[in-house]
Design a binder for this molecule. Structure first.
Ligand SMILES: Cc1cc2nc3c(=O)[nH]c(=O)nc-3n(C[C@H](O)[C@H](O)[C@H](O)COP(=O)(O)O)c2cc1C
Length: 383
């Protein structure tokens, strides 16, 4: 099989990764140009038969309305990288990851070449993925991965009752992906204590209205909402996948109510606070919360991308165990809310991902994704 076919198969899996607002901020450049490869990595790191991919954050798809979204973009790309690497592994490739924020100290001569690629393809580079055919493809592993990835969805509805056993939680946190990919910095805690969950729900009630209070941030979010299910879309989400099925009339009303300008007015009558209370009620009814943290506030992009890959592994484990996640990023996007949550968690670690975790009652939600051709670029041989 030609490498291009493998690449399409792997990206078809990776593009199912979750991302903030389903903005899918990833860009992948296949570097076919041998001279460019030689400039980017020292010769010993890329034997002739290796393939080289640059994963970056697509500048045109980056969410920017709040500073914390930079971390979410890196986390989302890490999730994409996790799935991409798992897919290539099942296709028989050995993967090697060269992290770009280390490149300027380890190989400064490569920087101008990297920058020219970034400029040409409109992305901010995160990692170079070197791939070498190594073992026989594992069709069963690939089909299993494909199946889990298609089934996994963000679950915003109430979960089934009952909390997970210790054994299930141990399986949830099982590590099978290499540490070179997932790093060792992300600490994942599953909180089952009813007292903790009630206090976290209280914080959500207090702070979740912030989602609507920044006009700029809400305007950016609103762009990703689709109200007409008959109109095809490639990113964002349909309203009914966020709020459940609703009549065309109610959809129309919600379209008006949620419009950023209208929302500014509705703040006066506390509509955002009512929505925050609904989210808090969901949190209160959850049997588990997932808190993922890093040792400090000073987070390098590599650490964040590795954290994303590790989270992807856990999210897939959850899917295979009949569990699902519902991230609650509003609590991390505003310093005061995050500070209170970190205080509740009893530590000075930086929380980078916070979600409800529970058993799926009923699977729903479609998967809007961009086509493969919009994700992959090829940097061919230059004459
Ligand atoms: C870093 C990150 C933050 C997210 N934050 C939220 C959130 O605050 N609320 C929410 O409902 N979904 C959140 N999501 C889930 C995305 O909206 C979801 O992944 C995307 O819409 C694609 O849908 P899927 O996960 O069902 O494939 C987040 C996902 C990621 C990766």
């Amino acid at each position: 099989m030609e490498f291009e076919e493998n690449l399409l198969q792997a990206v078809d899996i990776a593009r199912q990764a979750p991302s903030s607002h389903n903005c899918q901020p990833w860009k992948l450049v296949h570097i076919e140009d041998r001279r460019m490869r030689a400039q980017l990595l020292p010769a010993h790191a890329w034997p002739e038969h290796e393939q080289l991919l640059l994963l970056g954050i697509d500048r045109q798809r980056t969410l920017r309305a709040l500073p914390s979204l930079t971390l979410e973009m890196q986390l989302s790309c890490g999730m994409f990288l996790g799935l991409l690497s798992a897919a290539f592994d099942a296709l028989g490739f050995h993967c090697n990851w060269h992290w770009l924020d280390m490149l300027d100290t380890q190989a400064p001569a490569a920087m101008p070449f990297l920058q020219s690629l970034e400029q040409r393809y409109g992305c901010r580079g995160l990692v170079l993925l070197a791939l070498r055919p190594q073992h026989v493809p594992d069709a069963t592993a690939f089909a299993g991965l494909q199946d889990s990835v298609r089934q996994r969805r963000t679950h915003r509805a109430p979960f089934a009752e009952g909390s997970c056993s210790d054994m299930v939680l141990a399986q949830l946190l099982e590590r099978n992906w290499p540490e070179q990919l997932t790093g060792d910095q992300l600490h994942i805690r599953v909180e089952r204590s009813p007292a903790f969950i009630a206090r976290a729900a209280g914080l959500v009630r207090q702070f979740a209205a912030l989602d609507f209070s920044s006009y700029r941030a809400w305007k950016e979010t609103y762009r990703y909402l689709h109200f007409d299910p008959r109109k095809p879309a490639e990113d964002g989400f349909y309203l009914h996948s966020l709020m459940g099925p609703m009549s065309p009339l109610r959809t129309r009303i919600m379209q008006c109510v949620l419009a950023p300008e209208v929302m500014q007015v509705l703040r006066i009558v506390r509509v955002p606070h009512n929505m925050a209370a609904q989210l808090a009620a969901l949190v209160e009814d959850s049997a588990q919360l997932l808190l993922c943290s890093l040792p400090s506030d000073d987070v390098a992009s590599t650490v964040m991308v590795q954290a994303g890959a590790r989270l992807m592994e856990v999210w897939l484990n959850a899917q295979r165990l009949g569990l699902a996640l519902h991230p609650l990023s509003v609590m991390l996007q505003h310093d005061r809310a995050r500070g209170e949550l970190q205080r509740l968690a009893g530590g000075d670690r930086r929380i980078v991902f916070f979600a409800r975790l529970g058993a799926i009652r009923q699977r729903h939600g479609e998967c809007l994704r961009r086509p493969l051709a919009a994700i992959i670029e090829t940097h061919g041989e230059t004459v």
